[in-house]
Design a protein around this ligand. Sequence first.
Ligand SMILES: Cc1cc2nc3c(=O)[nH]c(=O)nc-3n(C[C@H](O)[C@H](O)[C@H](O)COP(=O)(O)OP(=O)(O)OC[C@H]3O[C@@H](n4cnc5c(N)ncnc54)[C@H](O)[C@@H]3O)c2cc1C
Length: 477
Amino acid sequence: MAGLAERLSAALDADRVLVGAAITEDDTHDESLTAAWHAPEVVVLPESAAEIVDVVRIARELRVPVTARGSGTGLCGSCIARRGGILVSFRRMASILEIDVDNQVAVVQPGVTLQQLDDETATHGLVYPVFPGESSASLGGNVATNAGGMRAVKYGVTRHQVLGLKAVLGTGEVIRTGGKFVKATTGYDLTQLIIGSEGTLAIVAEATLRLYPRPPHAATVLAPFRSLSEVTASVPRIVASGLAPVILEYIDQMSMRGITAASGVDLGIPEAIEEEAQAYLVVVLEELDRARLDENVERTGELIAGLGALDVYVLPAHAATALIKARERAFFAAKAAGANEIIDTVVPRAQIPTFLTQVTEIAGRTQSLVFGCGHAGDGNVHLSVFQPDPDKLHDTLSSAFEAAMALGGAISGEHGIGTEKRSYFLELEDPAKLALMRRIKTAFDPDGILNPGALLDAEPVDVVAGTRPETAAVARP
Ligand SMILES: Cc1cc2nc3c(=O)[nH]c(=O)nc-3n(C[C@H](O)[C@H](O)[C@H](O)COP(=O)(O)OP(=O)(O)OC[C@H]3O[C@@H](n4cnc5c(N)ncnc54)[C@H](O)[C@@H]3O)c2cc1C
């Protein structure tokens, strides 16, 4: 668009406004298996909230869509800029502003990665407990997707850890929400509205996050079971035991074979047991006190053995680390195996066995191959779907989402809706809720410039009025 880059260059330094060949491939995609890659018209690299305001004001005036991008590890296409749009990258806003040890909070800019924050909090004996499987993800992206991960069963998800935000609305106004405190009953909770909104309500310029003491002692218990339903049925019993595991995952046989082969992990399980095992339970316990940990490991072993496990193993530290890392890479193992889509449905944890039985029936009907693993402790089921036929793939996903919702669950437990799950969301969600969400969107972003096409909009390109030259599609490798 004539004038867009010039206007932005006048507001930011020209070397922080990238166009044409200066835009790298990284800024054209996320990790979704299905989203079309697309170059933005312009990439901007703001260094402050005030510069984000400048970008939003120019975008509003010219009616150009604005998409925020953290590290691009998202799995639903929601950080890919719209055609002719502006991509806001936070690589120049990646500082940890404060670690407040007494109040146990961190104040971070949006481009700070989870790894960066973990390295810093470790030096203070503290931890930010949200660990989605990709530590290069940014805190801004985590806030916008309400990221979860394996530790959600003990600590909750991003929503439970964000105490406050500084955010730029679609009007260009800057708001501060919350603060270094846990509770407030002072009007609507705008922090919670922005969390999980996928960059459609506001651009996060700063986040105040809750920290916890970092437990120095950990143990990983691995238990193979004869059937997947035995594993998933044992999950509510373990949660009810009060042992408070930090990780409570199920991994089905095919996924376990895939992730251990891809990462070369040898868990030392006898071959006969491996042959018989249809699924595995992984329980990680963390404690501040060694004796307490040993006692809880003992209790966990007894409990799991009583729930029908074929055997129970307490993994040596190196094998435990390797297994958790391999589990985090499950997505890449499925991608390498040719999965056509990944879903991250959530259901109440006690409904996981019923849900997986229904998914098996759906997969049989649509002739699809479906297997997976999940954060069973909080009802999150991650499934790799192998079905090259687009109609059958749609049928499989739509039926699985419908089944999850009928059991009291939701389409996405953590990755979000973005562009790739939007059609299912619009088809299956309560129309009254969708209408309310659209009214909320209008209040935050009256001209619909913030990430149009993600989440709510049926027609991404038509949302923002005016004609824009179409930027080129980028071929997926
Ligand atoms: C191997 C792998 C494992 C994963 N495991 C998990 C998991 O266990 N749990 C989980 O929840 N997720 C998981 N994810 C998904 C992903 O890591 C998370 O969604 C993460 O929160 C995305 O962060 P990001 O910085 O990469 O965001 P991006 O992908 O860059 O963006 C994601 C969304 O956030 C918006 N956004 C980014 N920054 C801002 C900002 N400053 N203000 C407003 N909006 C913004 C974008 O517009 C987009 O809508 C996994 C991904 C991979 C590749």
